[in-house]
Design a binder for this molecule. Structure first.
Ligand code: SF4
Length: 157
């Protein structure tokens, strides 16, 4: 037990050091944002990176970004994947359920322009074809650092 305690003490903090504060986005929510994630048709790769952005290493919550369970509690929608035909209407309804002011972050190449799924029979379009998008994060999947940085632009922290 004592050895474990010494090991914990030696290890210290494992979270990445905070990079410099990015310039705030024009639609910033100073201090904190409540974030609702919507998978509109993702392969799940982007979800793994979002989980990492909110995990103990990158810890997006320390910059004021918090995941919530309902769009009615959210300021921001974090949308992944190309929008499939089955998800177009639920995504529209989810957007309408978020109280204003609100912002939409399109996470990953699929959300930006359908990525590798462009032209597929089940795809209705990119996120901006269904709801207005304020911030786009490139990558397939985007790195957790890029997701954290985009959220920091929204919180201004
Ligand atoms: S951008 Fe890449 S990782 Fe994200 S949903 Fe599309 S294919 Fe998957």
């Amino acid at each position: 037990m004592l050895r474990l305690w010494h090991k914990i003490r030696r290890t210290g903090r494992v979270a990445e050091p905070a990079p410099a504060r990015p310039a705030p986005h024009e639609r910033a929510f100073p201090g904190s944002v409540q974030v609702r994630h919507v998978d509109a048709g993702s392969c799940n790769g982007c979800e793994v990176e979002i989980a990492s952005a909110f995990g103990p290493v990158h810890d997006a919550e320390r910059y004021g970004a918090r995941l919530v369970a309902s769009p009615r509690h959210a300021d921001v929608l974090l949308v992944t994947g190309p929008v499939t035909r089955n998800m177009a209407e639920p995504l529209r309804r989810t957007y309408d359920a978020v109280p204003g002011p609100k912002a939409v972050v399109a996470v990953g190449d699929c959300a930006r322009d359908c990525g590798v799924f462009a032209g597929a029979y089940g795809v209705a379009g990119a996120v901006h074809d269904v709801i207005p998008v304020d911030v786009e994060i490139a990558g397939c999947p985007p790195r957790p650092e890029a997701i954290t940085e985009a959220l920091r632009k929204l919180t201004g922290r």
